[in-house]
Design a protein around this ligand. Structure first.
Ligand SMILES: *[C@@H]1O[C@H](CO)[C@@H](O)[C@H](O)[C@H]1NC(C)=O
Ligand SMILES: *[C@@H]1O[C@H](CO)[C@@H](O)[C@H](O)[C@H]1NC(C)=O
Ligand SMILES: *[C@@H]1O[C@H](CO)[C@@H](O)[C@H](O)[C@H]1NC(C)=O
Ligand SMILES: *[C@@H]1O[C@H](CO)[C@@H](O)[C@H](O)[C@H]1NC(C)=O
Ligand SMILES: *[C@@H]1O[C@H](CO)[C@@H](O)[C@H](O)[C@H]1NC(C)=O
Ligand SMILES: *[C@@H]1O[C@H](CO)[C@@H](O)[C@H](O)[C@H]1NC(C)=O
Ligand SMILES: *[C@@H]1O[C@H](CO)[C@@H](O)[C@H](O)[C@H]1NC(C)=O
Ligand SMILES: *[C@@H]1O[C@H](CO)[C@@H](O)[C@H](O)[C@H]1NC(C)=O
Ligand SMILES: *[C@@H]1O[C@H](CO)[C@@H](O)[C@H](O)[C@H]1NC(C)=O
Ligand SMILES: *[C@@H]1O[C@H](CO)[C@@H](O)[C@H](O)[C@H]1NC(C)=O
Ligand SMILES: *[C@@H]1O[C@H](CO)[C@@H](O)[C@H](O)[C@H]1NC(C)=O
Ligand SMILES: *[C@@H]1O[C@H](CO)[C@@H](O)[C@H](O)[C@H]1NC(C)=O
Length: 832
């Protein structure tokens, strides 16, 4: 079985929540002081749209009227309220006295910006962000000469924005996340009051000009990241000496950036250069760097050795040098930087630490991420004040240092994918007031799982999979009542099925795959096995026996989960630790399943009972599990019919009932399962006609083999006449081995969340999905930018047709997806 592994960095972005409330009649609140005609205009404005999503009591909360004249001066709508087109004759444009207008986070579907905005000539603040506006900004905007804040970010605006020339009072201008193109107007950086300028995520080209007399400037915050500049842009920026925040990540400039060029920026606190190449001589120099720097982003900068210039940054508290090519040891001076707090060196080729182990222990680092490197040897005693220690995917050996238990604030301990030996330190229970996540997966740990959960423990994720643990599951786990994710798979644990875990009110995912569990999996009193929140249950490859009562699946969480309607809210099940996001992950071993598993944890369910000795009928109650996307009952001794109710599990993508003793027909209703990407009923005692729906006939014939009585496509036996069709070559290639797959998604958030920086650091991470598709024939990779719901739609489209003659490995080659989403940023990296 091949193992495809991917580490991925995940940053959850701001997600606008569209709240749904029951519509009710408008109650006019808090409008004292507003003139009746103004109130009428406001109500009329609302009535131009579908406002059923508005919180009606909230609608007028953001309205202010002048207490002398009664005219509306401020309007700030609640998020997600209005849906519809903003028309040029909208009564909004009659509110001539507006000074502050905030319509952000509504949905003006495909509206262009009406030039009538210029009617609101007294506007000082205008925010239209996140609204699906399209087209160009009308030239009449240049009449809004009183504007000091203009936010048009997160729309789909195009063209250039020369209009700003007349907006001389502007102090904050945000045009980020649009499709603006062309040059930056030369006057822009000469605007006398401009203090914050965000042009990130556009298609800007050309160079920029900075006036020589830049001493009069006030620009403190500048973001140009993710654009396509060609010409001179770095040098002119070094004249902007008032800058405190500068984001130049992911610019398409052809020459390496010299860090020294920023030395005139004496006030600079935050510098983000990720995704650009940096000149290596400038990295090793000690002089000419902005010495006040506190936060520095150098991810993906082609850096080959540990940058020496950091030594002079005595104020540095945040440093990201992930995704580079650094080799060798981490120098000891690095740990002595007095304010160092967040360090990510993820995904480099570092091998060790220089200097005495005490240096690291004495460091002020709180968040330390060394994942995806080549660190080897015993793990040094970690810094005293750690809250996050993540070193997954290295080659550390020896035992887990007990000194870890002295970190009284440790919230996350991820030592997975190393070569740690010995037992799990009992002293970890000292940390139960701080530990949220313990991940020790894929090491060589022995002994039993410590019996050390106490009442009130905060632990929500415990993953000890792929070790050599023995003994039983400790009953004290029940005291870890926050536990959501428990993975003890691939060990040598010998126990009966832990029905008692039902007492964990939050348990969502539980895998005990490949251990030595035995005995029945139906509760002693028979009936349903309903854990209150469980949606992923993997008990494959153990020695479970017995049969399942008919109501076994009644009241399972999978029947009542709320399904995300589209893929737009990508939010796995994650734990937020201040400054860091961790996402639970689990191996998915379902053929045909292509759902990113973070998604699975929140909205979908999977069940794997394969490779046991279960018998009797498959309970009809399986049909209740509406959000089940994968079911594997193969390699057991189930008898009776395939339950008809399976046709009700409409989300099902992977169904494996092979190698049982099932008899009877395959019901035609199964043909209605339109998402089905994989089905196998091979090696049973089925008979009759295979339902001739394309997603079923498109399967390899091995999916139906070993049933004497089956006929129809994809088998060669015709039900009515002798075979007419030659088997295809492709089918012959089909073997179990090719289909077996296992994706270990390590959802992962480099901890980059802090105050002001949040949006900007997020923007420095490119959105990228890592999705593997395994269809009926071969591995296929889809454009990683595609959203899961989009992929589902593509697969469904294919299933609407007979697609046997498609070259399946080609089907997704012609697919490309927009990679500019703002709904989430996700970067995937495949480690060596
Ligand atoms: C609507 O907004 C009001 C005021 O902000 C708030 O108190 C109320 O809870 C909201 N209603 C709902 C259904 O959320
Ligand atoms: C009107 O508002 C101004 C400030 O906005 C305030 O100073 C003044 O007291 C108010 N007048 C009345 C009559 O409420
Ligand atoms: C506009 O409203 C949104 C909430 O919908 C808020 O987050 C944002 O700060 C507001 N912008 C201004 C400039 O007031
Ligand atoms: C605005 O114009 C549209 C036609 O473009 C018309 O249907 C609508 O009634 C007008 N609305 C108002 C408020 O005048
Ligand atoms: C915009 O202003 C002009 C002139 O002041 C006026 O004629 C027009 O009706 C206004 N538009 C709207 C939609 O109120
Ligand atoms: C905006 O509204 C349209 C039409 O109702 C809908 O299809 C679309 O999904 C909405 N977009 C957002 C971001 O809510
Ligand atoms: C910009 O301002 C100048 C005068 O300062 C004026 O002549 C010009 O028409 C304005 N441009 C626009 C597009 O309003
Ligand atoms: C800025 O000064 C340089 C020389 O210091 C000169 O070559 C350049 O023309 C000046 N640029 C402007 C816009 O004045
Ligand atoms: C980057 O610039 C080069 C030319 O220097 C161009 O060929 C390439 O397409 C650009 N890449 C992107 C992503 O714009
Ligand atoms: C670490 O800190 C201790 C106590 O503050 C001090 O005695 C020791 O010299 C320090 N070690 C190093 C290597 O800095
Ligand atoms: C772990 O250690 C064993 C021997 O102790 C070695 O065979 C194996 O290759 C090591 N694995 C890794 C990933 O370093
Ligand atoms: C499928 O669900 C429908 C309604 O939810 C129910 O009436 C029907 O009996 C179910 N079919 C089977 C075979 O369980």
């Amino acid at each position: 079985m091949t193992i495809i592994m991917s580490g991925s960095y995940l940053i959850i972005c701001f997600l606008s929540l569209f709240l749904i409330f029951t519509p009710s009649f408008t109650i006019v609140f808090g409008l004292a002081g507003c003139r009746p005609d103004q109130i009428q205009a406001l109500v009329q404005f609302k009535n131009e749209f579908d406002s059923s999503g508005c919180n009606q009591t909230d609608y007028f909360n953001g309205v202010l009227c002048d207490n002398m004249t009664g005219e509306v001066t401020k309007l700030q709508l609640p998020s997600g309220c209005l849906i519809g087109t903003l028309k040029p004759n909208s009564s909004l444009f009659g509110l001539h006295h507006l000074r502050h207008l905030n319509l952000s986070h509504n949905n003006f579907t495909s509206s262009s910006l009406p030039s009538e905005f210029s009617n609101l000539s007294r506007l000082e603040v205008l925010s239209l962000s996140s609204n699906s506006f399209i087209g160009q900004v009308p030239s009449s905007f240049s009449k809004l000469t009183w504007l000091n804040q203009l936010d048009l970010s997160h729309n789909q605006l195009t063209g250039s924005f020369q209009l700003v020339q007349n907006l001389t009072k502007l102090s904050i201008l945000d045009l980020s996340y649009n499709h603006f193109s062309g040059d930056i107007p030369s006057s822009l950086l000469a605007m006398p009051f401009l203090s914050s300028l965000d042009l990130s995520e556009n298609y800007l080209t050309g160079s920029i000009e900075v006036p020589n007399s830049s001493s009069s400037l006030r620009l403190e915050h500048l973001s140009l990241s993710h654009n396509h500049f060609e010409g001179q842009i770095i040098e002119p920026i070094s004249n902007l000496i008032t800058l405190k925040f500068l984001d130049l990540s992911y610019l398409n400039i052809s020459y390496p950036i010299d860090i020294q060029i920023f030395s005139p920026l004496k006030s600079l606190l935050i510098l983000l250069l990720s995704g650009n190449s940096i000149s290596s001589t400038s990295l090793s120099s000690h002089s000419g760097v902005p010495l006040r720097l506190e936060k520095l982003g150098l991810s993906g900068c082609n850096i080959g050795e540990f940058p020496n210039f950091l030594k002079s940054l005595q104020k540095l508290d945040f440093i990201d040098i992930s995704n580079n090519k650094m080799i060798g040891n981490v120098p000891d001076w690095f740990w002595k930087l007095p304010r160092l707090s967040t360090v990510t060196l993820v995904s480099n080729s570092l091998t060790g630490f220089e200097g005495s182990p005490e240096v690291i222990m004495n460091s002020s680092v709180k968040i330390l991420d060394l994942a995806l490197n080549h660190f080897k040897g015993p793990f040094p005693n970690p810094p005293h004040s750690l809250t996050v220690l993540s070193v997954w995917n290295n080659s550390f050996t020896g035992s887990i240092p007990p000194a870890i238990c002295n970190q009284s604030r440790l919230a996350l301990l991820d030592l997975s994918y190393n070569n740690f030996t010995g037992s799990i330190p009992r002293c970890l229970s000292n940390l139960q007031n701080s530990l949220l996540v313990v991940n020790l997966r894929k090491n060589n740990l022995e002994g039993s799982l410590p019996d050390n959960c106490y009442d009130g423990a905060l632990l929500r994720t415990l993953d000890v999979g792929f070790n050599q643990l023995t003994g039983k599951l400790p009953r004290s786990l029940l005291k870890c009542s926050s536990l959501k994710f428990l993975s003890v798979d691939n060990n040598n644990i010998k126990d009966t099925f832990p029905f008692w875990l039902k007492g964990l009110p939050n348990l969502q995912a539980f895998t005990l795959r490949s251990n030595k569990f035995y005995g029945p999996i139906s509760p002693p009193n028979q009936g349903s096995l309903a854990f209150p929140e469980l949606r992923i249950l993997e008990i494959a490859d153990n020695k479970f026996t017995g049969s399942l009562p008919q109501d076994y699946f009644v009241n399972w969480k999978a029947s009542s989960l709320h399904m995300a309607e589209d893929g737009s809210l990508y939010m796995g099940d994650y734990t937020e630790i201040p400054g860091y996001i961790y996402e639970d992950t689990i191996d998915l071993q379902f053929k045909g399943l292509f759902m990113e598993q973070g998604k699975v944890l929140t909205s979908y369910a999977t069940i794997d009972f394969s490779g046991n000795r279960l018998e009797g009928q498959i309970p009809e109650s399986i049909g209740f599990l509406k959000t089940l996307i994968a079911l594997n009952l193969s390699n057991n001794a189930f008898t009776g019919h395939i339950p008809l109710s399976l046709a009700n599990v409409t989300e099902l993508e992977s169904l494996d009932l092979s190698r049982n003793k099932l008899s009877g027909d395959i019901s035609r209703e199964l043909g209605s399962l339109s998402f089905l990407a994989y089905i196998s009923v091979a090696h049973n005692q089925l008979k009759g006609v295979i339902p001739q729906a394309t997603q079923i006939t498109g399967q390899p014939k091995s999916s139906f083999e070993g049933n004497v009585g089956l006929c129809g496509l994809p088998l060669e036996q015709s039900c009515f006449m002798p075979p007419t069709r030659q088997p295809k070559e492709e089918d012959e290639e089909e073997e179990e081995g090719v289909l077996n797959w296992k994706a270990v998604f390590i959802g992962y958030g480099a901890g980059l969340l802090f105050g002001l920086l949040i949006a900007h650091v997020i923007a420095s991470y490119r959105t990228k999905w890592f999705v593997k598709i395994v269809g009926p024939n071969k591995h296929k990779e889809v454009d990683p930018a595609c959203r899961p719901d989009q992929i589902r739609a593509l697969v469904q489209f294919k299933n609407e047709f007979e697609s046997r003659s498609c070259n399946n490995s080609d089907y997704f080659h012609g697919v490309s997806c927009d990679n500019t989403h703002d709904w989430c940023c996700h970067e995937a990296k495949t480690p060596k």
